[in-house]
Design a protein around this ligand. Structure first.
Ligand SMILES: NC(=O)c1ccc[n+]([C@@H]2O[C@H](COP(=O)([O-])OP(=O)(O)OC[C@H]3O[C@@H](n4cnc5c(N)ncnc54)[C@H](O)[C@@H]3O)[C@@H](O)[C@H]2O)c1
Ligand SMILES: [Zn+2]
Length: 373
């Protein structure tokens, strides 16, 4: 079992990573004393798989446990679902001190964390991430949010969890597509901060796709550490430090929004395309050697992530992009790679460069490995 501390003064917390980590939940909650009633926010898929496990993990704790199920969809990150959840919290909160357990992927984590942030101006919550994406990324750092029809995460806050439990065993039931979605964020970490991780991915991609527990544990540990260190330096995204985590997300979020958050473009898959758009912008601006861009493209392709945009027009994507928070005061802002392990933030990129980069991902030809050799 690995323990990583996120050092944020009074808001510090631990990330516990390992196979079977959930068995430690009860002893951690005894130490943390978060309240006498808890609501486990989850969805029917995860509840069916792991609801019993969490009940078992908490049965001797003496905490009144309730389950709050939301639909298995990005659409659950909506104000109506959130207000219902806050209503449930108010019902349970009869002077007992109520807290929230987010048991699920990024959707459940973002929604449950945001509900915890706004009920009574903040009650404690813990993250039990069940997807690879949530373990390496969304459960850490306190960005909690719900969506508006015109864009993702537009109603949100910074609100840190009190504990993150990343149980590697829970990843065994993920589909290949969900593993790939997490891999996109892992590739992101490698490009922004860790060339050693990039090399590891090049060598061990197959093991990760086959859900090898040791390989999964390794990447969850490495990425959690990278994210923890970034958050410590820039908790609220006001310096350039945390902004680098948005690599691939400017165009990526626009692709997700333009597709109406459909299953065609889950978060990680959209981010993979966003990273390729950012690479193409960097290539046009002569910031990155072609060989580096090919290496990135090859890894994304071999991970089985999309490398071409289909079913969306340039106009739809640009419109969605204009709503993005990363377009501040009319200026566009992209995180661009300069080498594996190093990125820079660049503003005011000429529109024709962006258009050309997006269009380069829209060709009709079938993608193939030879594109990157
Ligand atoms: N807060 C942040 O910092 C941050 C960072 C990255 C992404 N996000 C958000 O995270 C969301 C995407 O998260 P996600 O990719 O985890 O998607 P998700 O939460 O929709 O989960 C993907 C699918 O996997 C299923 N699932 C979850 N755990 C499972 C398991 N163990 N076994 C089998 N199936 C399982 C879910 O039911 C769902 O169908 C987006 O809303 C994105 O905006 C937030
Ligand atoms: Zn992301």
């Amino acid at each position: 079992m690995t323990q990583i501390k996120v050092n944020l003064g009074k808001r510090s917390y631990q990330i516990i990573i390992g196979p079977g980590a959930l068995s430690q939940l009860s002893s951690w909650l005894k130490k943390l004393k978060l309240g006498q009633a808890a609501i486990v926010v989850t969805n029917p898929t995860i509840n069916r798989l792991y609801g019993r496990l969490i009940k078992q993990a908490l049965q001797h704790l003496g905490v009144e446990l309730h389950f709050g199920q939301v639909a298995d969809s990005e659409k659950s990150k909506s104000h109506s679902v959130c207000i219902n959840l806050v209503g449930r919290l108010a019902q349970l909160d009869r002077g007992k001190g109520v807290f929230v357990i987010a048991l699920g992927g990024g959707v459940v984590g973002d929604l449950a964390g945001f509900a915890a942030a706004i009920y009574r101006r903040g009650i404690p919550y813990i993250q039990v991430p069940t997807t690879l994406l949530a373990q390496v990324d969304s459960s850490i750092g306190g960005k909690v949010a719900i969506d508006l029809p015109c864009g993702k995460n537009l109603i949100g806050s910074f609100y840190q969890p009190r504990l993150v439990i990343s149980d590697i065993n829970l990843l065994s039931s993920l589909s290949k597509q969900q593993i790939r979605s997490g891999l996109a964020e892992i590739i992101k970490y490698a490009i922004i901060a860790d060339k050693g991780l990039f090399k590891y991915l090049e060598l061990h991609l197959d093991k990760l796709l086959q859900r090898n527990p040791k390989a999964l544990q390794h990447v969850v540990q490495v990425c959690s550490k990278i994210k923890a260190r970034i958050i410590e330096q820039d908790e609220t995204d006001t310096k350039e430090k945390r902004m680098v985590l948005n690599f691939g997300h400017t165009a990526g979020h626009a692709i997700e929004a333009a597709s109406g958050f459909s299953q065609n473009y889950p978060h990680g898959q959209a981010i993979a395309l966003g990273m390729l758009v950012a690479c193409e912008i960097a290539r046009q601006l002569k910031m990155t050697p072609d060989s580096t861009i090919k290496r990135i493209g090859k890894l994304i392709f071999k991970a089985g992530l999309p490398t071409k945009i289909s079913g969306l027009s340039l106009k739809d994507i640009l419109q969605a992009q204009a709503h993005d928070k990363k377009f501040s005061a009319g200026k566009n802002r992209f995180v661009l790679p300069v080498a594996i392990g190093k990125v820079v933030v660049k503003e005011d990129i000429p529109q024709q460069v962006i258009d050309k980069a997006i269009k380069s991902r829209m060709t009709r030809e079938k993608p193939s490995l030879s594109d990157y050799e």
